[in-house]
Ligand binder design. Structure first.
Ligand code: GLN
Length: 246
């Protein structure tokens, strides 16, 4: 029995659940030894049931404010410290970061990924766009995955030495208040060499141990479930097998 939860406070949570269901339905043999349950997570009790959590895209300030208002912020901060796999897309990536540029006052960060993220990094002209990206270096044979970027953040710094101690916010950088330091190495899974008028590298997918963050929305990739399948195989099933091996 594997329970995969999608944080359902705001944003594109239903799409994630549909995509995961499609993956299981279309590979019945492959997953026959597991029973998957996909749930929307709005309460601490629901969060406790989850073997893995996905934080969807939407609006990161709203997600953090609703989490605070519903007493879910601390449970979420504790959840990132557990070894359970977590995946944040877009606003979810922002929420999982240690450091945030271009954040909004009052916005809280879960601090699971030792990276600096910059919100709305593509600027007004490039509010949203689609682009086929080559993910074959980590997803077998996935040479052109249809990625959707919507007012997307990018990862602007890898904090290899661990997070900076919370400084004042005068330099317009926000810091997570979660006292957790993810010790796993930070892997850049994909970066764009440049984009439009932006002529430097833009990191759009990272992994740090049990936590995955993507700038884009694979749950909006029309009928392409490969990214969700990879997450189930590489994160969820592997961590389940590890815990039953012992
Ligand atoms: N710009 C949004 C934010 O700051 C993220 C956009 C998205 O999730 N598609 O939270």
């Amino acid at each position: 029995e594997i329970t995969l939860g999608v944080l359902a406070l705001q944003g594109a949570f239903r799409e994630h659940i549909e995509y995961f269901q499609k993956v299981i339905e279309s590979h019945p043999q492959e997953y026959s030894k597991f029973t998957f349950t996909f749930i929307e997570v709005k309460t601490e009790d629901q969060l406790r049931r989850c073997d893995s959590l996905v934080i969807p895209g939407g609006e990161s300030t709203s997600i953090s404010l609703i989490a605070e208002r519903t007493n879910l912020l601390q449970p979420l901060m504790d959840y990132v410290k557990s070894e359970n796999p977590i995946w944040g897309t877009c606003a979810g990536l922002i929420f999982l970061s240690k450091q945030l540029k271009n954040g909004r006052v009052g916005q809280k960060l879960l601090g699971g990924l030792n990276v600096e993220v910059t919100r709305n990094a593509f600027g007004r002209q490039l509010d949203s766009f689609e682009s086929p990206l080559d993910f074959s270096s980590f997803i077998p044979d996935c040479h052109a995955f249809p990625t959707v970027f919507i007012r997307a953040p990018v990862i602007t710094e890898l904090l290899h030495d661990g997070p900076t101690e919370s400084k004042s916010e005068s330099d317009s950088i926000f810091y997570s208040q979660n006292n957790y330091n993810n010790k796993a190495p930070i892997e850049v899974l994909h970066s764009l060499k440049n984009h439009g008028k932006i002529d430097h590298e833009l990191i759009v997918a990272v992994r740090q141990g049990h936590i995955l963050g993507t700038s884009f929305h694979p749950e909006l990739a029309t009928d392409d479930y490969r990214f969700h399948k990879w997450y189930i195989d590489e994160f969820v099933v592997k961590s389940k097998n590890k815990s039953t091996d012992i």
